[in-house]
Design a protein around this ligand. Structure first.
Ligand code: UDP
Length: 414
């Protein structure tokens, strides 16, 4: 297990986004957690939504006075092949889960659990990758509360994989999910619903004027697209569930009406996602003849920020989606989103208010809504303003901090 360093954050910086009840809730949770030691465990410090959240949640919890550590597991590549298969199975894929895969999962999660050196009063295991640590942790720390934070949409999970997860949940005291529908899949478990949130002060989300001008990636001139022409963007890992090829199809359809439209697909390559490069190559082969489609990888945060602001509309055409932090990130920047009506996206996109919802495989509807936005400046502005309010009201970090501290305090008090 590797301990992750995080940059300091001050809760006082969030004053403008904290009303009295949030402030009291955070104070109360932190007081109840006084003297308790908390750990978060996941598999990557960079890339993907979980790392994004922990980089803010961990230092803010500390600033509130709570003793929190963050670890990432140490694992060979074959483990990530197994956990990606489990992730896909939980999203509905039917690839068999072999005995050998189960063995790899069991060995690596157990080794990591055995390697934890300090004692903790509550441990939050994020996603299926670390869930297998629970049984060893329960033996080692019988008094600790064990929580499983599942960021995945479980509603269409293949039976084998749902059973596999259920078989690991015995020692878990509380499972945290993003959407009430995900909890219904685990009727025998104690569950809590917590929506993810974004941090308004990161290089990804701050207004560009507030950031240093010499940051690498902050100059629009560095990018291959033309800022004077319509721009469509999807920011997502190169993953079949994010449907990058479906986005390309929708873009081609848009070009029939808006011939100068351009498309950027921006995706990182996180360490725990072995499928990324394969899908990237597929999308590259499909689009290399079109000089108006740009695939951008591993951009710095300010680059993602610039893209989400430069876009006339952002697409989130996922086929499955736990939450999609990218949607809140985009709405915060007053850019409308055309999102698939799956998982956590409809929690954020209000159809006809801050963007549009479309059925996940409906390329024509996706293209139609994108054209509506590209052709109507007033609509884009109105949706953009509403989008920022949606995020201000419901998806900013102080609310998430309050919910975590309240939940952890309840668990350690039991
Ligand atoms: N992201 C990024 N660079 C990329 C692609 C994605 O920084 O090239 C970030 C994105 O801004 C968001 C996170 O990775 O903060 C993805 O989270 P989301 O919940 O949308 O999807 P996940 O990857 O967790 O399925």
């Amino acid at each position: 297990m590797l301990s992750v360093e995080t940059a300091d954050r001050r809760l006082s910086a969030y004053d403008d986004y904290l009303d009295r009840s949030h402030r009291d809730g955070i104070r109360n949770g932190a007081d109840r957690l006084d003297g308790e030691r908390i750990a978060h465990v996941n598999t990557t410090a960079d890339g993907g939504g979980v790392a994004e959240i922990l980089h803010a949640l961990v230092p803010l919890s500390r600033d509130a006075g709570v003793d929190v550590d963050w670890y990432v597991m140490e694992a060979p590549d074959e483990f990530y092949d197994v956990t990606k298969t489990i992730h896909n199975g939980l999203q509905g894929d039917h690839t068999p889960l072999t005995d050998e895969m189960r063995e790899t999962y069991r060995n690596v999660t157990r080794e990591n659990a055995a390697a934890l050196e300090k004692r903790y009063d509550a441990i939050v295991l994020h996603d299926p990758q670390s869930l297998g640590m629970a049984s060893v942790l329960a033996d080692r720390y019988p008094d600790a509360s064990l929580l499983w934070r599942c960021h995945i949409d479980l509603t269409t999970a293949a039976d084998t994989y749902l059973e596999f997860v259920r078989s690991q949940l015995g020692p878990i005291d509380c499972t945290i999910v993003t959407h009430p529908a995900y909890a219904e899949v685990l009727p025998d478990e104690e569950t809590a619903i917590v929506h993810p949130a974004i941090d308004p002060f990161t290089e990804k989300n701050r207004s560009l004027e507030e950031l240093p001008t010499d940051l690498e990636g902050s100059d629009p001139g560095e990018y291959p697209f033309d800022t004077d022409r319509p721009l469509l963007v999807q920011v997502s890992r190169f993953d079949p569930w994010k449907d990058p090829l479906g986005v390309v199809e929708a873009y081609r359809n848009v070009r029939e009406t808006v011939p100068d439209a351009q498309l950027v697909l921006a995706g990182g390559m996180p360490d725990d996602d072995p499928e990324g490069i394969e899908i990237y190559r597929e999308v590259e082969a499909e689009t290399e003849a079109d000089g108006d489609v740009h695939l951008l990888t591993n951009l710095p945060d300010v680059g993602i920020n610039l893209l989400q602001r430069s876009a006339d509309a952002v697409v989130q055409k996922s086929l499955r989606e736990g939450f999609a932090l990218t949607v809140s990130e985009t709405l915060w920047k007053e850019t409308p989103v055309v999102g698939a009506n799956v998982g956590g996206i409809p929690l954020q996109v209000e159809d006809g208010e801050n963007g549009y919802l479309v059925e996940p495989r409906d390329v024509d509807a996706t293209a139609d809504r994108l054209v509506r936005l590209l052709e109507d400046d007033e609509r884009r502005d109105r949706f953009g303003e509403r989008g920022r309010e949606t995020v201000r009201e419901r998806f900013l970090l102080p609310r998430l901090l309050e919910e975590y501290l309240t939940l952890l305090a309840r668990e350690v008090d039991r």
